[in-house]
Each structure stands twice: as structure tokens, then as C-alpha cells.
Design a protein around this ligand. Sequence first.
Ligand code: FAD
Length: 360
Amino acid sequence: MSKHFLIIGGGIVGASLAYHLAQAKQRVTVLEQHAVASGASSKSFAWLNANYPDTPEYFALRLAALAHYRALAASHDLSSLLRFGGSLWWEDEGEAFDAHAALLARHNYRSEVIDARRFAQLAPAVKNPPERSLHAPEEAGVYLAGMTHWLLAAASAQGAVVQTGAAVEALEMRGRGAVGARTALEVIAADHIIVAAGVLTADLLAPLGFDLPMNNNAGLVLRSAPQDPLLDHVIMTPDVHFRQDPDGSLLMGEIFSGAFEPGRDIDALRAKVVDRVTRRLATPKPISIAQTMLGTRPMPADGIPAVGSVPGVEGLSVAVMHSAATLGPMIGRLLGEELISGEPAPLLATFRPNRFLPQQ
Ligand SMILES: Cc1cc2nc3c(=O)[nH]c(=O)nc-3n(C[C@H](O)[C@H](O)[C@H](O)COP(=O)(O)OP(=O)(O)OC[C@H]3O[C@@H](n4cnc5c(N)ncnc54)[C@H](O)[C@@H]3O)c2cc1C
């Protein structure tokens, strides 16, 4: 008989896990405190890439994640959510550009240095093409909130229960085992609980004695009113990045990480981003902003995902990471398979939360 899996968090990570568990005919409940995709998954630039190979294991995970998106897109119509147009990158210039190109080449990543002429052929709407950029043809952009809804709708169709407006106040414990989750209305019992609560993940684990160090950081993304089709690629320039979703809206992000300290002038920041995009992209009609998204990236302190058993607590797992626009669907699959089979996934071996336990 299937176990009952309880997932806390209705962002891309929780949604993907629910999807894979429900496809495997497991009993699944998702508790989301606000609405589906109301956290980072609705405020993401959502560039799908393996462009930053920090460690060989992280690179392998990101490559697998891109392949997983392709497999999903091959078996389902995701054309309203996903655009596999590749990317054009020149965030760094000069020696830093050379170093990045060499790093990707060492990893045999599918990317090539192209000149301004080739750039203009690939992305004619971009003004003043750079003399050199890196073209990574297998990268993509995703409408991440839509992808999250799609995964949860498919999970629900397989019997998963998705409760919104259901904030988990605490986990219910029996001895050292997690046995349920308490909301304002009820205690929901489960055989296994997975915390996929994004930036709030550590808050749910701390009362159990596990300190998950996080270094969450903020970012601004703007969404425009739809434009005619202009861009296939994700464009990463030294001072702004932008891409187009399948509905025609432009996603625009600034190169800024940190806290939104009180007094920061968001209107001025928004105007700066629009100005930078306008200087770089020829649009038939002026860019008008439909949505200003201030998001916080869930980021384990060492920058890489934390996925798997919570040390010292039975029946409890966690899945939290930055870059989950890229990684989330694959992580849901790997963790789901592990939870069902009990066999650890080799691709997840270096991402276990127990790396944060104090050294003896
Ligand atoms: C500005 C910005 C730009 C980004 N750009 C990229 C990019 O280009 N490429 C990329 O791959 N990634 C990018 N990311 C990262 C990516 O968007 C995130 O890693 C991903 O959205 C995290 O998904 P999640 O499901 O873990 O968290 P979330 O989407 O935050 O979901 C967690 C959910 O848990 C719920 N929750 C929290 N506590 C509780 C509770 N107690 N009870 C019930 N529910 C709870 C929240 O309401 C939330 O909906 C970006 C993020 C930001 C903010």
C-alpha cells in the first residue's frame, strides 16, 4: 500500500515532487500557506541553464535538469510555458569572458564564442551586438509560475490533494520521528513529510534542532505587457538580462543581489532596468511594465542544493535550493524516486543536508 507523503510548499520544488510521487500512484498532500507559486517561483527570471559549473557534481545535476525539461517537453505540450531558444551571454568581458568560455569548454558544455555578425543573425532585435558572446543553444526560459501550476494540476489529476491557504505552524513529532503537520485548523498525519518551503524552510526545521544555514538573497524581475515575438534567446548582458516568455511578455532582471534595505528606491531601480533594456532591444511598441516582482532566492549557505533526509529526524526530508527554476523538476523526480524505492540517487550524493552538521 502507498505511503502518505505530505509536502510543505507549493512552489516549483514541491509541485515537481508532488507530480512525480502522484504519477507513481503514491498518496500525496501538498500544503501551501498562500497560493500556488506565490513564493520565489512567481518572481524568478527562470533562465534554465548549466552555465555556472561550480563543482562537477553540480554541473552534472544541472545538465540532467536541462535534459529532464527536454524530456517533459517531448512528452507533453508545454509550448505555452517553455522556450528552448538558447542563450547569448556576455555578462563578463575581457579576461573574465575568456575565463568563463574556457571553463565551459573544459566541461564540454555545448557553447561557442560567436561574433557580432552571427549574433545579429540569431537575435536581430538586439541593438549593437557585442563583438564576442557565448552562444549556448540548449538553454531555455520557462514561465515558472505556469510550470508550477501545470505540475500541480497534473498531480491533482492523479489524486494528489493540494490545499492552499494552509500554513504549517509546526511539525508534529513522536519521539524523533515526524508524524504530521499542524495548521491552524487541523493536524494532518503522514508517513513521510518533505519541507519544500523555499526561504522559510529553515524556520520549520529549527525547532527540531536542525540548523540549516541559509544565505537567501533578493532580486528584482519585471514583466512587461506582451510584445510581438522578438526574441528566442535569453540575453545576458553586463548590466541587465532579458528574455521573452511564450505569451510575448518580456522578463527583465537587474544585476543586483542582496537585501532590499529600507529606503531603496524601487521606482528608480525599475526605471533603470527598463532604460537599460530599451537601449539594448528594439521593440515595436514601448515597454510597459505589467508586474514588478521583488523576490528572494532560497539559498543554502554554501550555494548548492540541500536535498534529502533531515539529520536526526525520521520520516522527514527537505528540498531547498537556488536555481530551482532549472533544477526543481529534476530534483522532484530524483527525490521522489528515492522516497519510493529507498535507494539513494547518486546524482544527489553531494547535496545532503547532513553536510551542515557541526563537525565533531
Ligand atoms: C529574482 C530571482 C531570480 C531568479 N532567477 C533564476 C534563474 O534565472 N534560473 C533559475 O534556475 N532560478 C532562478 N531563481 C531561483 C528560483 O526561482 C527558485 O530557486 C525557486 O523558485 C524556488 O522554488 P521553491 O519551490 O523552492 O520555493 P518557493 O517558490 O518560494 O515555494 C515555497 C513555497 O512554500 C510556501 N511555504 C513556506 N512556508 C510554509 C509553511 N509554513 N506552510 C505552508 N507553505 C509554506 C511558500 O508560500 C511558497 O509558496 C530566481 C529567483 C529569484 C527570486
